[in-house]
Design a protein around this ligand. Structure first.
Ligand SMILES: Cc1cc2nc3c(=O)[nH]c(=O)nc-3n(C[C@H](O)[C@H](O)[C@H](O)COP(=O)(O)O)c2cc1C
Length: 295
């Protein structure tokens, strides 16, 4: 299927087989603890998680973070994730859809709506591609292929720097993001990929018309670690390793972003491993929850 497909499959393999979490950094959620209530005035069986996200009713405030598509293995994973998300009432993101636009034969690996007819599905494009010829038309095509209700643009500057084939021209992106937000007929969000979005950046994006922010903070998967394993050059590997503790921890991002854009839709993700992590993130920011790792 070509170089793109090989890269997608290699990313999956590395995330499954290697230690790709950041080291020397955490989500910051461990600094928070709930005060135990010995006399809860509720029946546990009455607890309901249903809510709405951007006016779509959902059974839970949970989201499978954008991950994959673009190879046969990625297509199988997307199919299974979509079926699980539909059964459980989670929202689902698919991985960057650029490959599907550039190579039509890869489009079916992103086409998850057939497996998940009712849940919110979020298509995904690297924001930097807006500086490399991707425009509103291509973004819409990516959303149509996935059958998505919304699109999320990912900010992954550091990952692009570490990829031998990376696209590193990030200047002037805010105006292009604004253009996509104002023109696309579906809501457009912005996410990071594991180094976090701070409050000031979130405020700028919100003013540019971004419909939701997924903080995708540090403390879980680190893409400098993933790219370190891909790189054969020992100097580049050492440089990537030096960034193992880089990023804004997820808890800090949630608190900061919520304080700067109080009314906005926020997704808290990055390193969430357990239901207690999820509950802390919810309590910190009245947010939605995303994870690229199974809880
Ligand atoms: C195998 C894999 C592929 C990913 N591909 C994408 C992608 O195409 N687009 C994107 O926005 N994020 C991508 N991500 C990043 C995740 O959406 C998420 O932001 C990041 O992994 C941090 O969350 P975690 O600590 O729960 O893994 C990918 C993550 C994984 C593990």
């Amino acid at each position: 299927m070509g170089a793109t497909s090989e890269r997608k499959t290699e990313h999956i393999r590395l995330c499954l087989e290697e230690q790709v979490n950041g080291t020397g950094i955490s989500t910051g959620l461990e600094k928070y603890a709930f005060r135990h209530n010995a006399l809860p005035d509720l029946n546990f069986n009455d607890i309901r998680l249903n809510t709405e996200f951007l006016n779509i009713d959902v059974r839970t405030p949970l989201l499978i973070s954008s991950m994959t598509g673009g190879s046969e293995l990625a297509g199988t994973i997307n199919e299974r994730l979509a079926e699980a998300a539909e059964r459980r009432g989670w929202a689902m993101g698919v991985g960057s859809g650029r490959a599907a636009v550039e190579k039509k034969e890869l489009a079916p690996t992103f086409a998850v709506r057939r497996y998940a007819p009712s849940i919110p599905i979020i298509a995904n494009v690297g924001a930097v591609q807006l500086n490399y010829g991707f425009g509103v038309e291509e973004c819409m095509r990516v959303a149509e292929i996935a059958g998505a209700n919304m699109l999320v643009l990912h900010l992954n500057s550091l990952q692009e720097v570490f990829q031998p084939e990376g696209d590193t021209a990030f200047a002037g992106l805010l105006a292009r993001i604004e253009d996509v937000c104002r023109t696309l007929p579906i809501p457009v969000g912005v996410k990071e990929v594991g180094w976090g979005i701070d409050g000031e950046t979130a405020r700028q994006l919100h003013e540019a018309g971004v419909a939701f922010i997924d903080v995708a903070g540090a403390g879980g998967t680190s893409w400098s670690q993933v790219e370190k394993f891909r790189n054969k050059d020992h100097v580049r590997r050492a440089v990537a390793e030096a960034f193992a503790d880089w990023g804004n921890p997820t808890a800090e991002c949630i608190v900061d972003v919520r304080s700067k854009i109080p009314g906005a839709a926020i997704i808290g993700s990055g390193g969430l491993n357990t239901g207690v992590d999820a509950a802390k993130a919810l309590a910190l920011g009245q947010i939605w929850l995303g994870s690229a790792v199974p809880c």
